[in-house]
Design a binder for this molecule. Structure first.
Ligand code: PBG
Length: 327
């Protein structure tokens, strides 16, 4: 048969397939989300996230060593405090769990890039992402506390802060607070496009942050909406975000692409706890090949336009990259 175009010609060998590959993956683009908790000698298993743990500060070094060994150089810290109260005071306490974890991570691994999640839901007794006024989160009063939290993180040594609360105006409030205190050089990675998602279920078990009443639909986005996602993304650009995140990842890759095309900021995709749990559960039953699925999910996020990928599989992915499974 006379065929002018034969796409299969470029698939004939591994060398050629790699040569014409359109998406390159690199361990430098990975961020590992990590849970830290009060107490000593703790490495508590998280039931719905097999292989993930809550580390006490004296044991977080183990996890950092393993990450560094695999080639993962960035972490994002989530803290689980001992005491919660209605105003989440442990979120911005100078000696809070995250503040101390940042300092410890920088001490143990000075080259590690340490990001902090800035939110109040792990710290409030009611589990919402801000302070309440009746049964609603009071946006503007929450902004001041988020700014204070972010500032306390960078004072502790955080290299970047990542607000995940979805309050209006929080990127600007945080930017102003950092700038006013001599931290104009610290970037903000905004959870700009964050949906109210059931994919966060296992995280809430891990962080003990499920809302005591109601849900987060009053501040996180309705997943039916695409234009609203772009409105949020562009607003965060205006407010001074340095990196825009889309979350969750796998079911939201259309928006990763759209944000990529609409802005010139780096775009991050967060493969969340529910994505991790689903892969683990199916792999445990032998129904899928865990490593291959993890690679495919990651490459899909990069192909969609992400330049940064947050995943609980960061270490495993870095190993896959090193072994040449993807890259
Ligand atoms: C805090 C926060 C959440 C996640 C990241 N930051 C939970 C939530 O919004 O309920 C979810 C991460 C995951 O599921 O892996 N607001």
């Amino acid at each position: 048969m006379k065929l002018t175009v034969r796409p299969r010609r470029l698939r004939g060998s591994e060398a050629l397939r790699k040569m014409v590959r359109e998406t390159r993956v690199d361990a430098a683009s990975l961020i590992y989300p990590m849970f830290v908790t009060e107490g000593r000698d703790k490495r508590e298993a998280i039931e719905a996230m097999p292989g993930q743990y809550r580390y006490s500060l004296d044991r977080m070094g183990e996890a950092l060593d393993a990450l560094a060994e695999a080639g993962v150089n960035s972490i994002m810290l989530f803290g689980i405090p001992e005491h919660k109260d209605p105003v989440g005071s442990q979120a911005y306490a100078p000696d809070g769990i995250v503040q101390r974890a940042v300092a410890r991570a920088k001490l143990l691994h000075p080259e590690m890039f340490v990001i902090t999640d800035v939110c109040m839901c792990e710290y409030t007794s009611h589990g919402h992402c801000g302070v309440l006024c009746d049964h609603d989160v009071d946006n503007d009063r929450t902004l001041a506390l988020l700014a204070k939290t972010a500032l306390s993180h960078v004072e502790a040594g955080a290299d970047m802060v990542a607000p995940s609360d979805m309050m209006d105006g929080r990127v600007r409030a945080i930017r102003d607070a950092l700038d006013a205190n001599g931290f104009s050089n610290r970037p903000i990675m905004s959870y700009a496009v964050k949906f109210a998602s059931s994919f966060y279920g296992p995280f809430r078990e891990a962080a003990g942050s499920a809302p005591a009443f109601g849900d987060r639909r009053g501040y996180q986005m309705d997943y039916h909406n695409r234009r609203e996602a772009m409105k949020e993304a562009l607003l965060d650009v205006e407010e001074g975000a340095d990196i825009l995140m889309v979350k969750p990842a796998m079911a939201y890759l259309d928006l990763v692409r759209e944000v990529r095309d609409a802005t010139n900021l780096p775009v991050a995709a967060y493969s969340v706890s529910g994505e991790y749990a689903m892969v683990k559960a199916a792999a445990e039953r032998g129904w899928i090949d865990e490593r291959k699925i993890v690679c495919e999910m990651a490459v899909a996020a990069f192909r969609a336009g992400a330049g940064i990928y947050l995943t609980y599989f960061a270490k495993e992915l870095a190993e896959c990259i090193r072994e040449g499974l993807i890259g």
